[in-house]
Design a binder for this molecule. Sequence first.
Ligand code: FAD
Ligand code: EPU
Length: 343
Amino acid sequence: MYHATHFLPDYSLKAYNSFQFDVRARFFAAFQTTEMMQELLEQYQWLPYMPIHILGGGSNILFTRDVDGLVLRNELNGIELVNEDADHYYVKAMAGENWHRFVCYCIEQGYAGLENLSLIPGSVGASPMQNIGAYGVEIKDVFHSLEAWHINEKHKETFYLKDCEFGYRESVFKEKYRNRFIITSVTYRLRKQPVFQTSYGAITQELEKMGVTELSSAAIAKAVINIRRSKLPDPEELGNAGSFFKNPSISISHFERLHEAFPDIVGYPLNESKIKLAAGWLIEQCGWKGYRKGDAGCHEKQALVLVNYGNATGGDIFRLSTEIIESVYKKFGVRLDREVNLI
Ligand code: FAD
Ligand code: EPU
């Protein structure tokens, strides 16, 4: 344990990013209380100006180089039932709580709504960043509010649902307020009577396979965990950051043209004018699935996931991602956007 006022210089981030890149931070510090956080920020302002990067579990970051600044790791812990009404529990979790452990805790307590989001790596504090989502649920569906510290203005702010501008893998924190706030806690509005979301086909199939006759939050969580384990690589064993790209949306007329040329193309109506495509399908069709160059690769079971077989650098993965973007654009006229945060 080191004192809060000590920044660790030239610090390896290998254990703190799920790609397992051995990049270094010029300075590193972790905080377990909001007082420590404020003290660290106070002290840091006397150092020559260098950017501050907030780190949770490091499972959605691509470090392309050493970090010339301060990496501040959020280790705030604690979960509290702060309120309830006839239908809901309001559960506040500190930002450094591990997301999956928080989901498991809520299921055990009978707080429903997070079960589809089981096994997503990372921290509670990062969950609003990109409005994490899986198997038909996004955190915006159960979000109540969050507290965040404004780094420059040195005050606490509360954000409610409308303030966060949640979209598909988007929020105000991802771009507009990037590195401006430290999210310190998130409060979720969870149901007393669960409303099970099993519309994602694979869940129903998995529940059947498991022999489940009566739905429960725990059964859905287990089904989601089984599906995820069957196709997503465990970052402890193979460095990755989940889906590297977002699923793109295109106009209906563009989709119709593609559908004529590629009848198997996978797409889902998003609204009256847009179709969302499965980026994994597009990438696979370009021949990248299972591709490996040096230690950078495209996962053999899920083409949307780029992997580090050991000694790839963030630059290697970034270059591979650029090649993939270019080839998908050439074949389909569709531009993929990266989901991961580049540093
Ligand atoms: P980090 O990687 O540490 O940070 C991500 C970004 O958030 C950075 O820009 C960072 O600066 C910022 N940030 C982190 N904490 C804070 C804070 N307290 N305050 C302000 N900014 C902060 N995502 C999904 O949405 N759905 C999935 O199904 C999914 N599956 C995944 C599967 C695997 C195998 C992996 C490796 C990743 C997956 N992800 C998924 C991506 C990732 O798990 C999520 O984005 C997660 O929320 C990242 O949490 P983290 O704590 O690791 O964030
Ligand atoms: N597909 C292929 N080839 C592949 C991968 C996918 O053809 O190699 C096609 C299949 O037709 C499949 C479809 O794509 O049916 C969708 O695949 P999957 O169900 O695996 O979901 P995804 O679109 O690849 C998204 C999220 C995941 C989330 C799952 C489940 C994005 C960018 N990714 O993946 O989120 O867990 O759905 O909801 O939206 C993440 O964001 O990191 C992440 C893992």
